[in-house]
Design a protein around this ligand. Structure first.
Ligand code: PLP
Length: 412
């Protein structure tokens, strides 16, 4: 017996989301079941979060084991799970120090505060400019919507934090020009290796390398927002490893907890130095439950089998998506890396990616959008091959239904 309905949601929830009619109640691996017992293949991964699928036994066991031991002390005390996870992150990345928080927004907030503090301490308050990019998404705090490159997310929330400028993504010349004219004032550049919410748009290697070079030349910090691209999503632990650059600061969240809320800001020792006692903090950050689950997830994901499996699974998915498009002419490009996949719809479907998402859901496969022109997939990194095949079949059915409806509309 269930009394929760889509209507009861509207009675009590603020109207800032628009969930569909399906209410999932259970998940296992890459399958999800709704209230009516209907089964779906999960190509969405809770927006690139459930990187090991649903109810992975290792995560369930890490969570329940920790749940019986210690839930919370706050950061007035050190706890074992936080230190263990931080050691693993430092050993596996460029970073020497970690700050834990609870979301991607908070990880970026800490990253940018750290950058501002570093510049202020070492060069003075005039070096405060943050360079960000059009269409970037960094979260929903006031600072993050200001740094993000989607003006609609800022509308009606002013006054906003200042000394932030936006440049076109992948435009090396614009970046050079800005650095050359504003050199002494540039504090940091923040960038996503692949713009996720902005449409699954890959940064070009020359662009990422130019950011690194210009930051070095002008004593600015390179901040990577790897909230969506991190923790194995692209087939490397972090996406910047594909580009042969190292950041000074990196924000990670989403897949880090495999579905349990956790975020982290990673940095070099030199930069971290300026976060003296009392400069920043979080009550829940580094919570033992979150860190225990994230450690179990990290141990599973940071292995050659899983990371190479991502590349293999991408190849299967891209091939299937290409075949669907060859038959129905629906996608003009398939972008992204690893299991962050963006299918850009053809011009005749422009602005209608949501129709693909809804038709897919009707056909029993969960997908995402990235703007109104891109159907986005971000499944579990260990999604079984049989689920990929069946999910593609269902997706093909959905596209066939959509196109049949279109033909009918055209001929009537
Ligand atoms: C999702 C996302 C965020 C925000 O993370 P939250 O956990 O929703 O606060 C920030 N940056 C990027 C690139 C993201 O994809």
């Amino acid at each position: 017996m269930t009394t929760t309905t889509r209507e009861s949601y509207d009675q009590v929830m603020m109207p800032n989301y628009a969930p569909g009619d399906v209410i999932p109640v259970r998940g296992s691996g890459s399958r999800v079941w709704d209230q009516a017992g209907r089964e779906y293949i999960d190509f969405a991964g809770g927006i690139a979060v459930t990187a090991l699928g649903h109810a992975h036994p290792a995560l369930v066991s890490a969570l329940t084991e920790q749940a019986g031991k210690l839930w919370h002390t706050s950061n007035v005390m050190a706890t074992e799970p936080a230190v263990v996870l931080a050691e693993k992150l430092c050993n596996a990345t460029f970073a020497d120090r970690v700050f834990f928080c609870n979301s991607g927004t908070e990880a970026n907030e800490a990253a940018l505060k750290l950058a501002r503090r570093y510049s202020h301490t070492n060069f003075g308050p005039q070096k405060d400019l943050i360079i960000a990019f059009d269409n970037a998404f960094h979260g929903r705090s006031l600072l993050n919507i200001s740094v993000g490159g989607q003006p609609s997310y800022r509308e009606g929330f002013g006054p906003l934090p200042g000394s932030i400028t936006h440049l076109p993504f992948n435009d090396v010349a614009a970046l050079e020009e800005t650095f050359n004219s504003l050199s002494d004032t540039v504090c940091a550049v923040i960038v996503e290796p692949i713009q996720g919410e902005g449409g699954v748009l890959d940064a070009e290697p020359e662009f990422m390398q130019a950011i690194r070079r210009l930051c070095d030349e002008h004593q600015a910090l390179m901040v990577l927002d790897e909230v969506q691209t991190g923790v194995g999503r692209t087939g490397k632990l972090y996406a910047h490893e594909w580009y042969d650059v190292k950041p000074d600061i990196l924000a990670t969240a989403k897949a880090l907890g495999g579905g349990f809320p956790i975020g982290a800001t990673l940095a070099t020792a030199q930069v971290s130095e300026v976060f003296k006692v009392g400069t920043h903090g979080s009550t829940y950050g580094g919570n033992p439950l979150a860190c225990a689950v994230a450690t179990a997830a990290f141990d599973l994901i940071n292995t050659p089998e899983v990371l190479q499996g991502v590349t293999h699974r991408r190849a299967m998915l891209v091939k299937g998506l290409q075949e669907i498009s060859d038959r129905f002419d629906v996608f003009q490009a398939i972008r992204g890396q690893g299991l962050l996949i963006g299918c850009v719809v053809t011009d005749n479907w422009s602005g209608r990616a949501r129709e693909f998402l809804l038709a897919s859901q009707d056909a029993g496969v969960l997908t995402l959008m990235a703007g109104s022109d891109v159907l986005r997939l971000a499944p579990s990194l260990i999604i079984p091959e049989t689920d990929i095949k069946e999910g593609l079949e269902r997706l093909e059915g959905a596209v066939a239904t959509l196109c049949a409806g279109e033909d009918k509309a055209a001929s009537s």
